[in-house]
Each structure stands twice: as structure tokens, then as C-alpha cells.
Design a protein around this ligand. Structure first.
Ligand SMILES: [Zn+2]
Length: 308
């Protein structure tokens, strides 16, 4: 199965200052792992374009976009919240990260590629329509999904999010959009500490308690995500692929293994094969322990390619 890898060296320009877990090494360890394992030779590589303002405006307000532009520094750092840094290269990186999702969506819907993985930063799923937060500036996955809806006219899109933090931004952007089903698992109560919305036809929130592991995660996916996805019959699936629920990652108190990330990817691939002609666009969200991150992204991409 032809799988694209999209990134851009501009994504390394987002400087979060010394000691910040969301660092440029996250991308380079993934790409080094692809090279060392031979995966790089069988992926199709694409440079991510910059998202245009009109593509960003599908999910963010004009006030937010202008506000971020106006505070971006020429030197040094500014913060949109205690964890979320803007350096001189950050918006260039963020536009490439969102643009990767647009280009990946085009490649997959046009049939050039069956699936795509975007190895980009900053991540996106905490960014709401009116505010950036939690390491995220633009909501990359939402920009991709909105492009599939508005530019390609798709009528049913699923976004699945297995990052250990709730994708409050993605939920905020699509909470009243019945063409998008949002399925997520996340530690709760935990960052971002936003109130959980009531269950609805277009969202499946499955909170996991601190201390949860493989059994609880697999039960959540099997009992709650998969029936909803099978009912919805998405035409395309977007994946907010965060690997910070790994037991080696001290960002959370959920303990998943490499095998769990392989398994959940297999479930997503099976749903996509059933209703979506295999169409999957996945994007990196969290994952901060560099060894498990590199291994699990490799496995995730291998499953997308069907070469594991
Ligand atoms: Zn996370």
C-alpha cells in the first residue's frame, strides 16, 4: 500500500527553549529510525507546503490568527500559555504542520496515495478555534479534515485521537459538525482540564483513569470506538497520533506498550478498509520519550503500509 510521509525542515525551526519536552529532536529521531530500519526507502517523501490563510480560517477565527501573528517575536520567546512557546520560527513551522495535513488530504483523496503520515510539529489537537494552548498553535488535524469537507466535498469523516491528552481543540472546532465523528481516549481528569461535553452522535469520549493500561485502552476502543465507527461508515479517517500514553513516557499515568499502538493502528486500518477505501491521514501529536516515540511511530507507519 502506498504511504506518504510528509514533513518539512521548517518544523525544526519551532524553538521551545531548553528542556521543553516538545522539541525538534522528536522529528529527527523518527526520521533517523525510518532510515536505520529501511522504512525510509519504501515511503514516498513529500515536503509539506505552508497552509494558506484561507485554509487556517476554516477552523480558526480571524482574531486568533491575527493575534498570534501580532505577538510572534523577532528574537527570543513569547508564551501563549505557560507551556506554549512562540519563537521566531514557530509560525513558519506551524504553517508547514497544518499544510502537511492539507497536502496529505489531497494525495489520499486524489488516489495518489492510500495513506499518509505527517511527521510535523508543533502538534495541533489542543488548539481551539479561538486559542492556542498545550504546545499547539494551529489545529493541524482539523485543518486537514476541514479541507476534506470543504475542498473535496466529503460528507463523513472520522477523527480518532489516541493521544493521552483530550483533543479539546478538535472537539471544540467540530462539536456542532455532524459530518465529523470524533473518537478519543485520554487520561481523565488530566490536562487540558476542560469540561467533558455530554455524549453526542458525533463524539465518543472515553476517559481513562490514572493507572490504566492495555486492557482498559483496548476495551475502550473495542467497546466504544469501533461500534460508533462501524455505524458512521466514514469515507476517510484522520488520526491524531500521540504516543504519550506509552509506559516509558512520563508525561502521563497511562501505561501502554508498543503492541498497543500497533493494535490500535490495525483496528483503524480495518475500519478504513471497510468503509473508506483504506483512506487514512495520520499526524503526530504528542510523544515525548524519544526511544518509544521513534519505535511506535515506525510501527504505526508500518501498519499503515501493511508491511509489519
Ligand atoms: Zn498529549
Amino acid at each position: 500500500m502506498a504511504t506518504a510521509y510528509l514533513s518539512h525542515h521548517d518544523c525544526l525551526l519551532h524553538d521551545t527553549a531548553d528542556g521543553h519536552p516538545e522539541c525538534a529532536r522528536r522529528i529527527t529521531v523518527i526520521e533517523d529510525r525510518f532510515i536505520a530500519t529501511g522504512l525510509s526507502d519504501i515511503l514516498r517523501h513529500f515536503d509539506a507546503p505552508s497552509a494558506t490563510e484561507s485554509q487556517l480560517l476554516r477552523v480558526h477565527t480571524r482574531e486568533y490568527l491575527d493575534g498570534v501573528e501580532s505577538i510572534a517575536p523577532q528574537t527570543g520567546y513569547v508564551r501563549v500559555d505557560p507551556d506554549t512557546v512562540i519563537s521566531p520560527g514557530s509560525l513558519q513551522a506551524a504553517r508547514r504542520a497544518a499544510g502537511a495535513l492539507v497536502a496529505a488530504t489531497d494525495l489520499v483523496i486524489n488516489g495518489e496515495m492510500e495513506s499518509a503520515f505527517c511527521g510535523v510539529r508543533p502538534p495541533g489537537h489542543h488548539a481551539e478555534s479561538k486559542r492556542g494552548m498545550g504546545f499547539c498553535l494551529y489545529n493541524n488535524i482539523a485543518v486537514g479534515a476541514a479541507h476534506a469537507l470543504e475542498a473535496h466535498g466529503l460528507g463523513k469523516i472520522a477523527i480518532v485521537d489516541f493521544d493521552v491528552h483530550h483533543g479539546n481543540g478538535t472537539e471544540d472546532i467540530f462539536k456542532d459538525e455532524n459530518r465529523v465523528l470524533f473518537c478519543s481516549t485520554f487520561q481523565h481528569p488530566f490536562y487540558p482540564f476542560t469540561a467533558l461535553l455530554e455524549p453526542a452522535d458525533n463524539r465518543v469520549n472515553v476517559p481513562l483513569q490514572a493507572g490504566a493500561g492495555s486492557d482498559e485502552f483496548r476495551a475502550a476502543v473495542t467497546e466504544q470506538w469501533l461500534p460508533a465507527l462501524q455505524r458512521f461508515q466514514p469515507e476517510m479517517i484522520f488520526v491524531s497520533a500521540g504516543f504519550d500514553a506509552h509506559r516509558d513516557d512520563d508525561m502521563s499515568h497511562v501505561s501502554l506498550t508498543d503492541a498497543d499502538f500497533q493494535w490500535v493502528t490495525e483496528q483503524i486500518v480495518a475500519v478504513a478498509a471497510d468503509s473508506a477505501s483504506g483512506r487514512i491521514v495520520s499526524a503526530l501529536e504528542g510523544g515525548y520519550e524519544l526511544n518509544s516515540l521513534a519505535r511506535c511511530v515506525e510501527t504505526h507507519v508500518r501498519v499503515l503500509m501493511g508491511v509489519h
